[in-house]
Design a protein around this ligand. Structure first.
Ligand code: SF4
Length: 102
């Protein structure tokens, strides 16, 4: 993500949900958060933050051919209303982080 943000060659932003973190590490195994949940009690913070990041940066990222699949998921979440729940979860996460409770 940093490389993408600085204009250095990168084909897509380096940002991920728990799905990728779980594939690339063993962190999720002992974690108190649920890696498969986007919202609700105990949902992995990375999931809501990931979808919120894509939603907020849609204008810049949607045209990237490597992001097509992810934006089809964003479309589904927008149409179903799930993105509203994700935004609420992100607001909650930001408050928790500010209070040192995350
Ligand atoms: S916070 Fe999410 S991505 Fe990180 S270890 Fe826990 S479940 Fe996995």
């Amino acid at each position: 993500m940093g490389q993408y943000g600085q204009g250095v060659f990168a084909t897509k932003p380096y940002v991920s949900s728990a799905n990728y973190i779980d594939k690339m590490s063993d962190y999720c195994g002992d974690c108190k958060y649920y890696k498969t949940k986007d919202t609700g009690e105990g949902a992995c913070p990375f999931n809501a933050l990931y979808w919120d990041f894509l939603d907020r940066n849609e204008e810049q990222l949607r045209s990237n051919h490597r992001m097509g699949l992810m934006y089809s998921h964003v479309d589904n979440k927008q149409e179903s209303g799930e993105m509203d729940e994700i935004r609420e979860r992100v607001a909650e996460l930001r408050e928790m982080a500010a209070a040192g409770e995350l």
